[in-house]
Design a protein around this ligand. Sequence first.
Ligand code: ATP
Length: 291
Amino acid sequence: MTHPYLFILNPNSGTSIGKNSAAVRERIHSVAKKNAGSAQILFTEEPAHATQLVREHMHAEKWKAIVAVGGDGTVNEIAKALVGTDIPIGILPLGSGNGLARHLGLPLTLDAALKRLFEGKPSTIDSAELNGIPFFCTAGMGFDAYVGHLFSQQKARGLATYVNVSFKAYWSYKPQLFRLNGVETQAFSLSFANAGQFGNNAWVAPQASLQDGLLDVCTISPFPQWYGTALAYGLFTKQLRQSTYINYQRATEALVETDTPPMIHYDGEPLQLDTTRIEVKIKPGSLNVII
Ligand SMILES: Nc1ncnc2c1ncn2[C@@H]1O[C@H](COP(=O)(O)OP(=O)(O)OP(=O)(O)O)[C@@H](O)[C@H]1O
């Protein structure tokens, strides 16, 4: 007997999924019929709804996978309910950044991603937590969180908006003081990489592995303004490691202390914390993903 797949679709992800969600649903049904037998498709109605849908439906069937149809935010909402269970997550990466899918080498078009989903096998990866908030791709504070916050206030999504917001933020942003494991660190940004990229192939930690039981902690030190272009080039060409302004550490956990509660992001979702103490830790081998 083949087990069914549960698809959870976020119509707010990416730039065009909302306008095409009926067509996406039809395509999933018809490809599933040819490959897997059956698929149930649910739509999210608001932020956090995907987590609720997983919790309501995860025990209703012996699912072959629960599939996130959207970007890293949707993956996060679904995966957090599947951590520690034996139900795999699948990913149809129709979001803006699609960092986890890109790190895993999953196809980015609907048909190719569906083919991979039905042919793929479950594999175990690490997940991580920041003050108990699960993340799967990257989390951090400083410039990335500031950009994540500004991006969330835009009506349009997608790479063009992201680049535009980052460029504007770059001129007004001031580096902040963090204590990373007791060491005072003036930083442009402080990132915790489970996967190697933020999304859109912005590789903050190209060497990061999802299966090593470790986080790659990336500190970008304050740099002269002329260096911004070289930094962006390094980010998109997997060459950040060579920069003198970058420091990497590998860790199973880290403690960050700040003077005021920081804005953070987890998988690109911004959040204003109400504490100055931030604990980050890895949860090795805690999630099954269809690859
Ligand atoms: N029905 C909905 N209406 C409005 N927002 C929603 C809905 N369902 C989910 N959301 C929110 O949409 C946001 C964006 O989703 P998602 O992160 O998947 O797409 P994205 O930002 O385009 O992609 P990426 O994170 O890969 O850049 C998430 O914060 C999620 O909580």
